[in-house]
Each structure stands twice: as C-alpha cells, then as structure tokens.
Design a protein around this ligand. Structure first.
Ligand code: HXC
Length: 257
C-alpha cells in the first residue's frame, strides 16, 4: 500500500481506513495524520464511494496523539506542526464517516471519533480525554465537540478528571450512536455504511452539511441553511426518482444526479 500507518480498502461503495500502528495502540503521530487525511480526502473525491469507515484494532481505536512524538516540542512547534489545520481537512470531508470503535479511544483517538458522523462502539470500547493527566488539555476538538455531544457537565467531568468511560456510559450520554458486541463491530459498520452508500449522493452530502451546520451556527442560521439545501434537492433527478418510486410502491434507483 502507499500508506505506512494505515490499511486502505474499498468494499462495495464503502471506503475503509484501518489504523495500523499496533506497537503504539494506534497513537496518532504526524504520519498517521497525513495518511488518514490523504486517504479520506481521496475517498471523498471518488463518486464511487458513498461512505467511509475508520477503525482501529480490537485493542485500540487509537490511544491518543503520540505522546513520545510530542513530549519535547515547544508551543511554537505545536502550532507550526498544524495538527489542527490538517485534521480539520478530515473533519471537512463531504462523505459520511463512521468511526467503528473497539478498545481505547482516548485523547486524540476520542477526538478523531468525534470528527466522524456516526460512532459505532464495540461493547469493549473505552472513551476518554486523559490529556489533563499529562499536563495538557485536548487539542483536536475534545473540549468543544465533547460538550456538543454530551453536554457541559459530563464533558467537564471527563476533561477535568481524565477518567475513561465504557461503551454503555458512552451510549447513555450520547457519544456512541450505538453499541454492538465486539465480534459484530466490523459487520455492523459495513452494514451501516452500505445503507448510507445506497442513498442518493447529493441528499447524503446535503444531510451531512445540514447536520454540520447545526453544530456550528445559531438555530436561525441553521434553519435558513436547511431550508435552502432542502429546496435545492428538488432539482435533482434522484428526488423525482425517490418520490416516484414511493408512489409506484417500488425501491428507488438512485443515480447520484
Ligand atoms: C505514544 C503510546 C500511546 C500514546 C500507548 N502507547 N499510548 N505511545 N502515544 N498515546 C504505547 C505505549 O507506550 C506502549 O509502548 C504501547 O503503546 C502499549 O501501551 P501500554 O501502555 O503498554 O498498554 P496498556 O498497559 O494496556 O495501557 C493502555 C493505555 C495506556 C491505558 C491506553 O497506553 C495509556 O494510558 N496511553 C496513553 C493514553 C493518553 O494519555 N492519551 C492522550 C494522549 S494526548 P511500549 O513501547 O512501551 O511497548 C492527546 C492530545 C491530543 O491525545 C491533541 C493533539 C494535537
């Protein structure tokens, strides 16, 4: 493969990115960041791909940013390394991304999962933002996205204590979309991704953009955005097909146009 730290493959209309640094529990060093961002943007540019899955190993989705790589750096080094800008390109892909999380999703690993649209958790998953134990704080969105996902008080407790939560707690508080037995995780991820990839691509892009807007804007702005994007979809062939298929009581044949 052209990548050092990840495995990349296509299954049907689904692009798979598997983090592959088992010796470091998939710690996210700069190379992993480049690889994941590259692979995700390449899938995003491919009309044949309707959904992306990001996963790790059974033991770890990712145990955080690479502590050994960061340890000696200065504040300026961290800014110049542009971790924020590069991961931002991952968060900005149009295609829905499913995080399939087994084992540890800590620090940057939890933050990577939260850059995805759906978090499928194995019953073995453990989520946390333990940066406070290292004398730092979350740096890839953990203090911002976690609050939007689970609310202030749960997020504050996790970020300030650094404790881990299990899959059941993550589902209860709204971080995990769904929890499945560990042995079913990859099948469930493929099924969920297949279901999304079978829809009309323009409507899927529009839905993700509208969901993203809800995270970023006021209600009034978000409603205005939703209304315009909703209206724009009525100029697609797929909207005519989807509604005709309903009337004719048959499955729709979407073309992505
Ligand atoms: C570098 C890591 C690592 C990490 C694990 N390893 N996590 N290396 N960065 N984040 C390495 C270990 O050093 C070890 O290497 C190997 O992976 C196996 O880990 P162990 O600790 O031996 O495994 P275990 O005892 O099972 O404990 C698992 C663990 C623990 C609880 C997940 O590894 C852990 O606490 N890791 C750090 C979690 C963390 O603090 N993450 C937040 C990082 S800061 P060797 O060579 O010794 O075998 C962050 C900031 C984001 O993410 C902002 C970025 C801009």
């Amino acid at each position: 493969s052209e990548y050092e730290t990840i495995l990349v493959e296509t299954r049907g209309r689904v692009g798979w990115i598997t983090l592959n640094r088992p010796e470091a529990l998939n710690a996210l060093n700069s190379q992993v960041m480049h690889d994941v961002v590259d692979a995700a943007t390449a899938f995003d540019a491919d009309e044949g791909i309707g959904a992306i899955v990001v996963t790790g190993s059974e033991r770890a989705f990712a145990a955080g940013a690479d502590i050994k790589e960061m340890e000696a750096k200065s504040g300026l080094d961290m800014i110049m390394g542009d971790h924020f800008g590069e991961w931002g390109r991952f968060a900005a892909v149009r295609t829905p991304v499913i995080a399939a999380v087994s084992g540890y999703a800590l620090g940057g690993g939890c933050e990577l999962a939260m850059m995805c649209d759906i978090i499928l958790a194995a019953d073995t998953a453990k989520f946390g933002q333990p940066e406070i134990n290292l004398g730092v704080i979350p740096g890839m969105g953990g203090s911002q996205r976690l609050i939007r996902a689970v609310g202030y008080y749960k997020a504050a407790e996790l970020v300030l204590t650094g404790r881990m939560m299990d899959a059941a707690e993550a589902e209860r508080c709204g971080l995990a979309s769904r929890v499945v037995p560990a042995s079913d995780l990859l099948d469930e991820a493929q099924k969920t991704a297949d279901a999304i990839a079978a829809k009309s691509l323009p409507s899927v892009y529009a839905a993700k953009a509208a969901l993203d807007a809800a995270m970023e804007t006021s209600l009034a702005e978000g409603l205005r955005f939703e209304r315009h994007v909703f209206a724009a979809l009525f100029d697609t062939a797929d909207q005519k097909e989807g509604m005709a298929a309903f009337r004719e009581k048959r499955p729709p044949q979407f073309t992505g146009r």
